[in-house]
Design a protein around this ligand. Structure first.
Ligand SMILES: [Zn+2]
Length: 552
């Protein structure tokens, strides 16, 4: 009872204080606004937004909504007088099912589209046809001087189709001295494989799918690489790329190797060892892809809170607004709601914007909120921004990227994706320590997740880029439970229509993570320092080139 009387007395004082200060209300809280976060996710992941695919009505709704929110939050347009930076894009839609027939050693076999293979062309042209092109198995398809590795050594693949394994040799060897061991390097990403094959002059590239090495199943291949494909439009119509790109299943690959009289297991394991030599398979492919082409633009949405003191130095928060749209099928197909991926990150961007707008005095450096397009189609919006930056990259202090926030209870740890890259980790570590949390490397560095979100476009351009999410060590239920939650999401909801919002989401951990991102950005905004990449990072050289001659 004594407590209660005290409370009544306290409330009385508050009333008097409130009366005295009636014309001067307390400043609004800068803390992360959970109700606003929920409303943003609910809206962005709703049916009306149709999966937020660039070039669709769902895009228009999403972009209008973001502009409206930035405006309502009193943020200035981030691109001159506009909130938009238009990214030239092209939509490439198969006008018939792609075909792939492989002949040789006395047999001829048509691989079935979607069952055995998926095929596409990123060339901006109606037809991509390859005739009688020899298949060459090039192992991991890597040329990496720093690892003394060249899978193309002594092999001219001009006009040929290369058959490639995903991931890198460290993945199977599990030896930290082979590449980065279990931690995937960029050489392990499929994007690298197709870039390298094109540099080598190959007319086609077939990636051998393996769920473990790719870290995603065939269902993700089907949902990501069939139907309409988006890409950046370029002056040369992507003529520099191989005419044909595609995946074949592991089972189809085994059949092909058997047809060629080659031992799949010993060749693929041999590919992980130095001295591997690319092998012409004695098989020849006819492949055809026919496409309808549509050019359009899709915007990055940018807002800025100008700095109070050093407004020409920028802290960037990024989150991709786009997702996959709808499945193919009758009645327009099912909607990919993308609630976690990445309505959650965009909602994070908006609530962080609200917190920064309410911060008094405003941060010294400018804070830029950048909602990116085309991430799901290959980091299109972020790579365009990095090539056409609105704010000089040399004066961009850091990128803090949010993609698929941790939805779950509080965790004792924070997962840093691409751990061990930059001094930004020190800022994050300090902020996490205030919450009694510590930093961990991602549980599966073999997945190469650092190369799979927009932070990578900034990293490639030298801007230190942080990509961290709530950990797996659930405060109440421990790491086994936490990992099981993550596995369950990846198996059942990631890039599937079931990635939906629920009012049951426990956002306590999410809010803690957003407070971390706020603290890291705030501290970066109040310092004069430009944190760098660690000396062991492959991105440090790009930063030093970009910062050369810049005086802070
Ligand atoms: Zn995402």
């Amino acid at each position: 009872m004594r407590i209660r009387r005290y409370l009544i007395g306290f409330a009385g004082c508050l009333l008097i204080l409130a009366a005295c200060a009636a014309h001067r209300p307390p400043p609004p809280s800068t803390d992360i606004d959970e109700e606003a976060f929920r409303a943003y996710v609910r809206t962005l992941a709703s049916d009306g937004f149709e999966g937020r695919k660039p070039g669709t009505p769902g895009e228009a709704k999403t972009v209008d909504y973001l502009v409206e929110q930035f405006h309502r939050l009193n943020l200035k347009p981030g691109n001159g007088t506009s909130y938009l930076q238009q990214v030239p894009m092209v939509e490439i839609v198969p006008s018939s099912a792609p075909t792939l027939v492989i002949s040789g050693h006395g047999a001829s076999r048509a691989l079935a589209y979607k069952t055995d293979m998926v095929l596409w062309s990123k060339r901006v042209a109606a037809d991509a046809v390859v005739k009688n092109s020899e298949l060459v198995f090039v192992g991991y398809g890597i040329v990496a001087a720093e690892y003394g590795w060249n899978d193309y050594a002594g092999m001219d693949v001009h006009g040929k189709i290369v058959v490639v394994l995903v991931n890198d040799p460290g993945h199977v060897s599990d030896d930290p001295n082979v590449f980065k061991g279990r931690t995937m390097t960029y050489y392990g990403r499929w994007t690298y494989k197709v870039e390298e094959a094109a540099r080598q002059g190959a007319s086609g590239v077939l990636l051998i799918h393996d769920t473990d090495a790719a870290s995603y199943g065939w269902d993700v291949v089907l949902s990501s690489w069939t139907g309409a494909q988006l890409d950046k439009d370029s002056a040369d119509g992507n003529a520099g790329r191989a005419a044909i790109e595609g995946w074949i299943t592991g089972a189809a690959a085994r059949v092909l190797f058997a047809q060629a009289g080659l031992d799949f297991s010993s060749l693929t394991s041999g590919a992980a060892h130095p001295g591997f030599k690319a092998i012409p398979m004695g098989l020849f492919a006819d492949a055809e892809v026919h496409d309808a082409i549509r050019r359009f633009t899709s915007p990055n949405v940018i807002a800025i809170l100008p700095g109070n003191a050093r407004h020409r130095e920028y802290i960037l928060y990024t989150a991709h607004w786009d997702h996959l749209g709808r499945t193919e099928g009758s009645n327009g197909g099912e909607i990919f709601h993308g609630a976690v991926d990445n309505a959650s990150g965009v909602a994070g961007l908006l609530v962080l914007a609200q917190s920064f707008v309410r911060t008094r005095p405003p941060p010294d450096r400018s804070i830029v909120f950048l909602a990116l397009t085309g991430e799901e189609s290959g980091l299109l919006g972020s790579s365009y921004y990095a090539a056409n930056p609105v704010y000089p990259l040399s004066s961009t202090v850091a990128d803090i990227n949010m993609d698929a926030l941790h939805i779950g209870g509080p965790t004792r740890d924070v997962t840093v994706i691409g751990f061990g890259q930059s001094e930004l980790e020190g800022y994050l570590r300090d902020a996490a320590a205030l919450q009694g949390r510590d930093l961990h490397a991602e549980p599966k560095p073999e997945n190469g997740d650092y190369f799979r979100s927009d932070n990578f476009s900034f990293a490639k351009a030298g801007v230190p880029a942080l990509y961290a999410v709530g950990g797996i060590d659930d405060s109440a239920r421990g790491p086994v439970w936490g990992q099981a939650q993550l596995d369950d999401y990846n198996a059942h909801r990631y890039h599937q229509p079931g990635d939906v919002y629920s009012p049951d989401w426990d956002l306590r951990g999410t809010i803690m993570d957003l407070r971390l991102y706020y603290r890291v950005g705030m501290r970066l905004a109040q310092t004069r320092r430009f944190p760098n990449w660690y000396s062991t990072s492959e991105f440090r050289a790009a930063r030093e080139r970009s910062r050369e001659g810049v005086t802070d």
